[in-house]
Design a protein around this ligand. Sequence first.
Ligand code: AMP
Length: 172
Amino acid sequence: MDLRQVIRNIPDFPKPGINFKDITPVMENPEAYRQALEEMTQLLDGTEYDKLAAIESRGFIFGGPMAVEQDKGMVLFRKAGKLPAKTRQVTYDLEYGTATLEVHVDALNAGDRVIIVDDLLATGGTALASAKLVREAGAQVAGFLFMVELEFLGAAALLQKEGPVFSLVKYS
Ligand code: AMP
C-alpha cells in the first residue's frame, strides 16, 4: 500500500501556510498501520539499540507497538508536568515561545543505546531536544526514527550530528 495515499494533507492547519500531514487515517486502517510499523522496524535492521524513546504524543503511536514487538523497553518523553516521579528536563525554542520535554531520571541508564521515535520530522527542534535528554542521562542516541520526514526543511542534516536518521515517507 502507498502510505502517501493514506496520509491526509490539511492545508493551513494549525495556522495559515502550514500543510499539516494528518496521519490519523493510517491508524484507522489496520493494514496501513501494520505496514507502517513493520517498515519502520525494518529501517532499524542493522542498528543495535536497547530502548525506544517515544515523544509525546504521536511518537507513542509507533513507539509502543514497536517496543513490544521488538522486546525493548519504551521510555516516555513527555510534556512538562505530566510525569509523576523525579524528572530531568530540556527546554527548547519553538517558533513562538518555548517548550519543555521531561523524562524520568531512572528511565534511561548510562550506556543505553536509544532510538528516538516520533511521527514526523519537521524543523528537528523536538528531536534535537530529545537527543539532549538522552545524552544528559549518560545514554547515547542510536538513531532517530520517523514515519514522515519533511525533507525540504533540511532537519536531517542537523540530526545526523547526533545519530543516524531513519524515515519512512519523505516529502521533498
Ligand atoms: P519539529 O520540532 O519542527 O521537527 O516538529 C515536530 C513535531 O511537530 C512533530 O511531533 C509533529 O507531530 C509536529 N509537526 C510539525 N510540523 C508538522 C506538519 N506539517 N504536519 C504534521 N505534524 C507536524
